[in-house]
Design a binder for this molecule. Structure first.
Ligand code: 5GP
Ligand code: MN
Length: 345
């Protein structure tokens, strides 16, 4: 099965960019998920394999359930070390942007990019690349950036040297961005790639457990509470939303990652087409993080762009509102009503 993805031109441009670069930074979007971290960690390993000395810089914290990922101790966090991160970026001549399509997705780290004078290369699977002057390796048909990274490494001739660690981080990203291969994951190439990753000795069942079956008892209770007390279901609209307030987080000793993926849960209701979660920022006032999930052809990304200052994929998108949680609820209700025709149909 042919899994080449880059055109000859783009492959040559990528080789050139890597070959000429002296100082490389690899980064990903804020609140890195499994795909973002998997892509960064694998790509850094690959670049080291070909003799480079890349630095991985990430905007902020990632969930505890990803702390086992091999190599994560080398990640430089902007929120913890803003000066070092800013200097590293300013001194770089090549920045790889993995798993995001615009500098706004870096949140506060976007500021550090102002001092960067070199070239950007975007390796991503979102729909709307918007980093000026970048070499764009942007393929929305990929299930994950990790799928794309695998294909690119193969095309660069790196498969034989790929280590078990790299295969592990790649598989993690493919698995998390598809909800354990339950959505956005019907193309046969994905399973061909999984087969190839298995030849590197990864333990896919263990990876699944490491990521998905590691709740604290508090996290499980918080999730149950939110579903039983905070879920609003609009049966006629096949839509639902729930809120997570800072008080909820306090009551259940919230730590990052505790509600990861919970927005998918309401889609288990028969006929449900759209699920939205609204989460208050754990520190900043009047910042509400929005997550949207849908099934079939309901365009979450369109709704996210129109109502929530965001975007993303057709079935999984996000955004942010700068208002109170109560005001954000009003926006959600308006959004659901606005999309009445698509939702009720
Ligand atoms: P999550 O709900 O996991 O935060 O985000 C789901 C997906 O939506 C992400 O993988 C990303 O593609 C997209 N996304 C989340 N937040 C934003 C945002 O603020 N802007 C854009 N353009 N996309 C976002
Ligand atoms: Mn992704």
């Amino acid at each position: 099965m042919n899994i080449d993805i880059l055109t000859e031109d783009r492959l040559a441009a990528l080789k050139d960019a890597i070959g000429q670069a002296e100082k490389i930074v690899v980064c990903c979007h804020k609140s890195p998920d499994g795909d973002a971290l998997g892509a960064v960690l694998t790509w850094v390993e690959y670049l080291k394999m070909v003799g480079k000395e890349p630095v991985a810089v990430i905007p902020d914290a990632f969930p505890d359930f990803l702390k086992w990922l091999p190599g994560n101790e080398q990640l430089l966090r902007y929120d913890k070390h803003p000066e070092e991160a800013t200097q590293t970026i300013a001194a770089a001549d090549l920045v790889f942007c993995l798993d995001f399509d615009g500098l706004d997705r870096l949140d506060l780290m976007a500021k550090a990019m102002e001092g960067f004078k070199g070239r950007y290369v975007v390796i991503d699977h979102h729909t709307n690349p918007r980093i000026p002057g970048a070499l764009e390796l942007s393929y929305p048909s990929m299930c994950s950036t990790c799928e794309l990274i695998f294909r690119i490494i193969c095309q660069l001739g790196g498969f034989d040297e790929m280590t078990r660690r790299m295969a592990t981080t790649l598989y993690t990203g493919m698995m998390t961005d598809t909800g354990g291969f339950t959505y956005n994951s019907t193309r046969p190439e994905i399973y061909h790639i999984i087969g190839l990753l298995l030849t590197k000795g990864i333990d896919k069942d263990k990876i699944y457990r490491n990521v998905f079956n590691v709740y604290s008892s508090w996290a499980l209770r918080l999730r149950g509470y939110l579903m039983s007390q905070k879920l609003n279901v609009f049966d006629d609209f096949h839509a639902s939303y729930f809120t997570i307030s800072r008080q909820d987080m306090k009551n259940f000793h919230f730590i990052k990652g505790d509600v990861e993926g919970l927005v998918n849960e309401p889609l288990r209701i028969k006929g449900m087409k759209l699920s939205i979660s609204l989460r208050e920022d754990d520190r900043r006032d009047r910042v509400v993080w929005v997550s949207l999930r849908s099934v079939d052809d309901f365009p979450c990304n369109q709704m996210a762009a129109e109502f929530f200052n965001g975007g993303g994929h057709l079935n999984a998108s996000g955004g942010r509102l700068d208002c109170s949680l109560e005001e954000a609820e009003k926006v959600v209700r308006a959004a659901i009503i606005h999309y009445e025709n698509l939702l009720k149909g």
